[in-house]
Every structure is written in C-alpha cells, then in structure tokens.
Design a protein around this ligand. Structure first.
Ligand code: PSV
Ligand code: MN
Length: 424
C-alpha cells in the first residue's frame, strides 16, 4: 500500500505543537539529547517475513484479514512499516516459507522499499510436502546420516538464496532434542550437530556470519540439543570466528538473567544476533516491552555498555530482529509497537550516566547504582524517539497514522478477508 509523503506531513502537522512542547521539556532534563537522537535515527530492526500474518497456537488461529499473499506483499508491508517509523529497514527471510523465486526482482522491490536483507533462516523443524526424509527425530542430530545430510544441504541452499539477495548471515535454529529420558545419547547428538554445523560453516562466504540460536524447550520437552547460551557458545567457539550465539529473549527458562548472558557473550565477542519479543511464561512471542519493559531496558543497558567496550557499531555489528507472533492484534500495529519499545529502551540505555554508574560500582554504592538506572528508566524519552523518526521523514505517531489512514481496511479490500500468510 502506497503512503504519500504529503499525507505523512499533514498528519505530523497536527501533532507538531504538542510534540515540540514535550521534546523541549525532555531535552531540558537530559544532557546528551542530540547524540541520542542521532543514534536513534541510524538504528534499524529487521522484520521477519513470517511475522506479517496472524499467528496461531495449536488450538487455533484467528485471522484479521488482508494478510500478505506472497513475498512481494510481505515486502510491501515491511516497506510501509519502514515508511512510518524509519526504523524497520530490513527483512529477514525464512526458507522454504519465502523462497525468492526471482531473486533480482525481489532484491529490486526491497530496495525500492528502502529495505536490505538481514539474516536468512533455515527450517529443519518442519517436514515439507516434497521432502524425502523426516525430521521427526531431529535434523542435524539425527541418528540417520542421510537425514543429517539433507539438513546440511538445506542450510547450504539457504545460504545460496541469501547470496543472491545480498544477505550476509545465516541463523540456524534447531528444534532438535528429545521428549523422553533415554531417547537420545546427549553426546552423540551434540557431536552430530557440531559436525553438521561445521559442514554448513564451510559453505559460508568470506563475509558471512552464522548465528546459532538456542532455546530451552519446545517442541522437545525433555532435552534440547542447543538448549541454552552455554551450548550455543560451545558450538560457536568450536566452529570458528564467523560463528556467533543468537539470543532470542523468549528462549530462556523463567527468571533467567538475560542481561548477564548478553554481557558475557559480548565480552567473549560471541554475540552476533538478537531476537526481540516479550513473555510471561516461556516462548510467548509477545510484543517487545509489553510485559517486562524494565528488563528490556536492563538488557539494552548491557548491550550498549558491552558493545561500546568492544568498539562495536550498534547498527552493523549485530543482527537485530523482531521475532514475535501476533495472535490477537493486527500484526502491523503490533510490529510498530515492538519497534517503538525497542527504540525507547535503546534511547534509555544511551542516556545512562556511565561515569556515575561506574563510580557507584567502584564504591559498592548499591543504592546509587539503583537510583541511576531507575531514574533513567523513569525519564520519559518518547519524544526523542518521535523526533528521530520525524527528522528521518517518518510519522510522529505510527499507530495513530495507521488507524487514521484505515490501512488494514484498505489491505483487506485489496487482498481479501481470508488471506493467510505463510509462517507458523
Ligand atoms: C523458534 O522458536 C524461533 O525463535 C526461531 O527463531 C525460528 O526461526 C522462529 O522462532 C520461527 O517462528
Ligand atoms: Mn527466534
């Protein structure tokens, strides 16, 4: 759906006075507003091609209509998000859900929409209709060599698609594991998986990275072969310098200290990718920042501190992506909310007084350390995020604009009420 520049300008016009008032106040309360706005303008979060339709559970799926029917329409949807927030300038593809049949056409369409291709994702957690061998008992870990080879070949094929599109990374998430004690020899499963990842690693072009994503449980409920950050780190270390751990916020056991995990992985220069979502119980795939916004801020605090300590570029040295599912919300509105929460947490992390925090830590001044972090978290920086968007040519209030323009109704009119996007 096309959004004209003049409709964005008209919409912004009506909100400008109020925005300026809030911005002036915020700028007067912090020291580095301009620096934060400049960083926010640059920061981009990739949108996965499988998050544009309504998500579901094994109990059901309730589509809201107007879902993209093909990859072209998915690119259009992400292009629309990016036009509104200027922070969603990348798309991440899952193969075979979104095979680019005509790569040069897809690449050109993405470029027209201001998008680049983020990490490619392989899928060896489902069987496809034309597939020779089943992944029921795992893919790279499988006791059957032919199944392992099939999974390796699939990943190499995904890299090839990625090369055609200009992507430079592959994310491997394996559902491999076991559901019952005794089902699996843990060491053998690990070694098979490592050997498979080594074959895939060999196929990576020089400038590519591979991200090994871990997850505590589901769909396997007794053991998972890449179950936590320690196991992922072990694979990544054994693979070599192009291999990194990927942290998905929903993939931990309850109450895990994710900010500490992030900090140590950065220290070891092994954190390469990040999937944002939020959760109450497990891999709930809820909107980023919707349940535990303070935790999101604490994680960003470690990301910024740890990346700066290693001289990393916040924009290019990490694969940032949303990995959420929208079961009861409009997927596009939900994605706009997630990006907003991510940008806000990033802004807050950028405004932490690092010198004062360091001093408090050196003095064992626990109270001061808490004051610094909580004062930052409670300072309203939303107008900085809006200002960065405005300067980049976006909309002051993306969800408000989306509703005002009746975008969903238009998509339903164009695509139909019963369309179903590929994905989970
Ligand atoms: C698995 O739960 C996961 O987080 C992986 O990143 C997959 O690629 C994605 O979700 C599939 O929805
Ligand atoms: Mn994920």
């Amino acid at each position: 759906m096309q959004v004209e520049k003049y409709s964005i300008d008209n919409y912004n016009e009506g909100l400008l006075n109020d925005h300026k008032r809030r911005l002036d106040y915020t700028v007067s309360t912090i020291t580095n507003a301009e620096k934060i706005i400049a960083k926010l303008k640059e920061f981009q979060v990739a949108i996965p091609s499988w998050a544009l339709g309504t998500g579901g559970t094994r109990f059901g799926r309730f589509s809201g209509g107007g879902e993209p029917r093909n990859l072209e329409e998915k690119i259009e949807d992400i292009g629309l998000l990016h036009k509104l927030n200027q922070s969603s300038g990348a798309i991440s593809l899952h193969i075979p859900w979104d095979i680019p049949e005509n790569a040069s056409h897809i690449k050109a369409l993405a470029a027209q929409n201001g998008l680049r291709f983020d990490a490619m994702n392989s899928n060896t957690f489902q069987d496809q209709p034309d597939q020779a061998l089943s992944y029921k008992f795992g893919s790279l870990q499988n006791v059957n060599k032919a199944v392992r080879q099939q999974a390796i070949d699939h990943n190499i094929e995904v890299i090839k698609y990625g090369v055609e599109l200009g992507s430079t990374s592959l994310t491997v998430w394996l559902s491999d594991g076991s559901c019952f004690p005794g089902q699996l020899n843990f060491r053998e499963a690990f070694q098979h998986t490592l050997a498979g990842l080594q074959e895939i690693y060999k196929a990576l072009p020089d400038d590519w990275k591979i991200f090994v994503e871990y997850k505590a449980f589901e769909p396997n409920f007794y053991s998972t072969t890449v179950g936590d950050w320690g196991q992922s780190y072990l694979y990544a270390s054994k693979l070599g310098p192009k291999a990194y751990t990927l942290v998905d916020l929903g993939h931990h056991l309850p109450n895990a200290n994710i900010e500490q995990i992030v900090s140590l992985l950065l220290m070891e220069e092994k954190l390469g990718g990040f999937h944002f979502n939020d959760s109450k119980y497990g891999d709930d795939d809820l909107t980023a920042g919707s349940i535990k916004p303070y935790q999101l801020f604490l994680i960003f605090n470690e990301l910024v501190e740890g990346m700066d300590a290693k001289g990393m570029d916040h924009v290019t040295d990490m694969g940032w992506m949303i990995d959420a599912s929208h079961n009861v919300k409009d997927p596009l509105e939900d994605l706009l909310q997630s990006v907003e929460a991510i940008m806000l947490s990033y802004a807050q992390a950028l405004s932490v007084d690092r010198k004062a925090l360091k001093e408090a830590q050196q003095n064992n001044d626990v109270v001061a350390a808490q004051e610094i972090l909580q004062n930052t978290f409670r300072t309203d920086l939303r107008s900085l995020v809006a200002e960065a968007r405005l300067r980049a040519g976006g909309v002051l209030d993306p969800v408000g604009f989306f509703r005002n323009e009746k975008v969903r109704a238009k998509l339903i009119k164009n695509r139909g009420a019963k369309t179903v996007a590929t994905g989970l």
